[in-house]
Design a protein around this ligand. Structure first.
Ligand code: URA
Length: 296
């Protein structure tokens, strides 16, 4: 074991050294960021000693590495799963409060997997799970700009100028964010259910991944999100996969995640589509709204 500050003597084994977080990610324990958390929390031991240093390097062939008291597994085959998370399920592999978690759904998989990113307790839809930390890292890295597409039901009916704010940018807890695309959806008439014209449905595409981002964005323009479904990550779409169901993804399917899912005309720019007509005094209202927003 060695650290970046005190590099190992140059010997034959130096080429075998790898960063501990990278190794833990490769062995399916977490994403690289998740592995850093395990290290920082003192859950990782190398050769009998707890390690806290994030840049530390180890020799996987020689060093004895335990995570939470258990030896790390030898490299297993990578698996990739697309899961349709129902609402009232936590995106976590364990919950101290013993609420339902995604772990309850993946117990029979041939390898231990972890979720890539998260959906809120009351959100549903596409969640990826894998034991490939490098893949997870790439999907979540802000530079990769993976598009995430959501369908949301709103408490109310926003005006076009309000929706446009989502595209020019809003400040939410966690930073300033912009939608890549926003589009009003036609109400779907479910059998036996009334459609309400008080609740608009919107499609929103984002690339950032802040906490509760979509809910916070709509809240910022004055609308609560009543329902939130993630329908796609990149061009990997949930399609007809039922709630609580999952499918294994092959290599080609995993690569669809990195294809941006934006309408042709929005490539390289931001776009809004809306059915409403421009109201005469829209400019005036927008100015008032912008002022109020700045004060928030
Ligand atoms: N944005 C949210 O607000 N919630 C989710 O679950 C996902 C994205």
């Amino acid at each position: 074991m060695t650290s970046e500050k005190t590099p190992a003597k140059k010997d034959n084994s130096e080429k075998d050294l790898v960063r501990l977080n990278k190794l833990l990610a490769e062995r399916g324990l977490a994403s690289r960021r998740g592995a850093d958390k395990l290290i920082a929390e003192g859950l990782v031991m190398v050769n009998g000693k707890k390690v806290y240093e994030l840049g530390i390097k180890v020799n996987p062939n020689k060093d004895k590495i335990l995570v939470d008291g258990k030896p790390i597994k030898s490299k297993s085959q990578n698996i990739y799963v697309m899961f349709n998370k129902p609402k009232n399920v936590i995106t976590s592999m364990n919950d101290p409060l013993e609420r339902p978690t995604v772990a309850d759904f993946v117990a029979d998989l041939p390898a231990r997997v972890f979720p890539i990113g998260r959906l809120d307790w009351d959100s549903e839809g596409l969640l990826l799970l894998t034991n490939d930390g490098e893949f997870a890292q790439k999907v979540m890295h802000p530079k990769t700009e993976v598009t995430k597409t959501y369908h949301v039901k709103l408490e109310g009916q926003p005006q076009l100028y309000q929706i446009k704010k989502l595209l020019t940018g809003v400040s939410i807890p966690g930073g300033r964010v912009k939608a890549k695309h926003v589009e009003k959806l036609k109400p779907i008439k479910a059998a036996g259910k009334k459609t309400s014209d008080k609740n608009d449905w919107y499609k929103i595409v984002i690339t950032e991944g802040k906490n509760h981002q979509v809910r916070e964005m709509f809240k910022k323009i004055g609308f609560d999100v009543l329902k939130l479904h993630r329908v796609a990550i990149g061009k990997l779409r949930i399609g007809q996969l039922g709630r609580g169901e999952m499918v294994f993804l092959n290599e080609a399917a995993t690569q669809r995640v990195f294809l941006p899912d934006l309408p042709e005309e929005t490539h390289g720019r931001r776009d809004v589509r809306h059915k409403s007509k421009r109201v005469k005094d829209e400019e005036l209202t927008r100015k008032k709204f912008d002022k109020a927003l700045d004060k928030k």
